[in-house]
Design a protein around this ligand. Structure first.
Ligand SMILES: *Cc1c(COP(=O)(O)O)cnc(C)c1O
Length: 383
């Protein structure tokens, strides 16, 4: 564990710190800014800066590093999605901008594949837009999209999941093809699509008008996100920003989604670090941590423990536990609950309707890999 004072600042308040073996989840704090980011953020303290200017310069720096036309720093990827939908609906018309979330007189429909409905799609509706499904539960075709596009279509949304592509969804290539033929813009949630590096910003380079990135996966504050896109799109998105209240005396929907100047500077430092760091070392460390967790779990009857090594996106190595409850007397849900009840609590993941435990090393401090492995082993005393 990281030092004797592990979690002390939380304990002083009577709150209970936990070992994060789930990964970059918002519920537990999402990320720990890396030293390079903290140092940059601290340097930002010394002076104030007009935030419209900082957003522009920081966005330019990020756009250059990831090879997209333009970028904007937002209050998480969730806010990037909301501001983007606002921009697609209101454009650069200040009356429209101030009217949202009332969308009267604006195109307000966001098309989304039924198969791609997901947890964060609520962020797409926050500025007043309406989600309209296309395709079926089983699959999505070009014709489904053709038919769905209508006079109220503001944008087509696409969820990029390169680590486990959906063969029955309409691909981004086809989505772009159909949408562009109808002069409809396309936005992409690519929050975790940051590795391999050529994927970072790829969807904008493919022709999407916008994509988001969650900086929680990059070693920045989890409260930061990136909007990447065409110059025109990012200009419109910037008009929705919280800064507009004072900067332009225009009250857009973005006001409750602030970003600190320190966070903006931190985001630039995080992108710079990510684009230049040695990813072989990062992956080797994560694989080593996963192997340390696995070591004490070999040979336990009824427990199948294996390495997860899909390194695409933000998830690198990890461990997957499959339990045969007829042998162990425990389900995956039991294991997750028992780990949470331990001292200190260890948080791992089991998805609804699945019977396996997923462990990710993203949030583990040095030495915590060993603790996690041994604690899991201790739940099977008959091993
Ligand atoms: C984490 C995540 C988000 C939300 O990002 P925040 O920065 O936490 O707002 C949206 N979409 C996907 C796919 C994510 O993984």
């Amino acid at each position: 564990m990281a030092g004797l004072d592990w979690g002390g600042i939380y304990k002083e308040l009577g709150a209970k710190p936990v070992i994060n073996a789930i990964g970059s989840v918002t519920l537990l704090g999402g990320s720990t800014p890396i030293p390079e980011v903290k140092e940059a953020m601290e340097r930002a303290d010394a002076a104030y800066i007009p935030l419209m200017e900082l957003e522009e310069k920081a966005g330019d720096a990020i756009a250059k590093m990831v090879d997209v036309p333009a970028a904007y720093i937002t209050s998480g990827a969730g806010s990037a999605l909301t501001l983007a939908t606002a921009a697609f609906m209101a454009g650069d018309d200040d009356d429209n901008i101030q009217q949202l979330p009332n969308t009267t007189g604006m195109k307000n429909e966001i098309l989304i594949q039924k198969r791609q409905r997901y947890w964060y799609d609520r962020c797409l509706e926050l500025a007043g837009a309406k989600l309209v499904d296309f395709g079926s539960e089983e699959n999505t075709t070009r014709e489904d999209l053709e038919e769905a596009i209508g006079p109220n279509t503001a944008v087509v949304h696409y969820l990029a999941v390169e680590q486990s592509p959906d063969p029955h969804a309409l691909s981004l290539e086809e989505t772009l093809d159909v949408a562009q033929a109808h002069n409809v813009p396309v936005m992409v949630d690519a929050a975790g699509q940051i590795y391999p590096l050529e994927n970072f910003g790829k969807y904008v380079r493919m022709g999407a008008d916008f994509q988001c990135i969650a900086a929680k996966y990059l070693g920045a504050s989890q409260s930061v996100g990136l909007a990447l896109g065409s110059k025109e799109m990012i200009r419109k998105l910037s008009l929705q920003s919280f800064i507009g209240y004072e900067g332009r005396r225009i009250r857009g929907v973005g006001r409750p989604q602030k970003v600190d100047r320190q966070e903006m500077i931190g985001a630039v430092a995080a992108v710079k670090h990510w684009m230049t760091m040695n990813h072989e070392d990062r992956l080797a460390k994560a694989e080593g941590q996963s192997q340390t967790i696995l070591a004490p779990l070999r040979g336990i009857r009824g427990l199948k423990a294996e390495l997860i090594n899909n390194v695409i996106g933000h998830i690198s190595f990890g461990v997957r536990l499959e339990v045969d409850s007829t042998v162990t007397g425990k389900t995956a849900h039991d294991i997750v609950a028992e780990l949470k009840e331990g001292e200190p609590p260890i948080w791992t993941r089991v998805r609804d309707g699945e019977d396996c435990v997923l462990i990710h090393v993203f949030g583990l401090n040095d030495g915590e890999d060993r603790i996690v492995g041994e604690r899991i082993a201790s739940l099977f005393p008959m091993g």
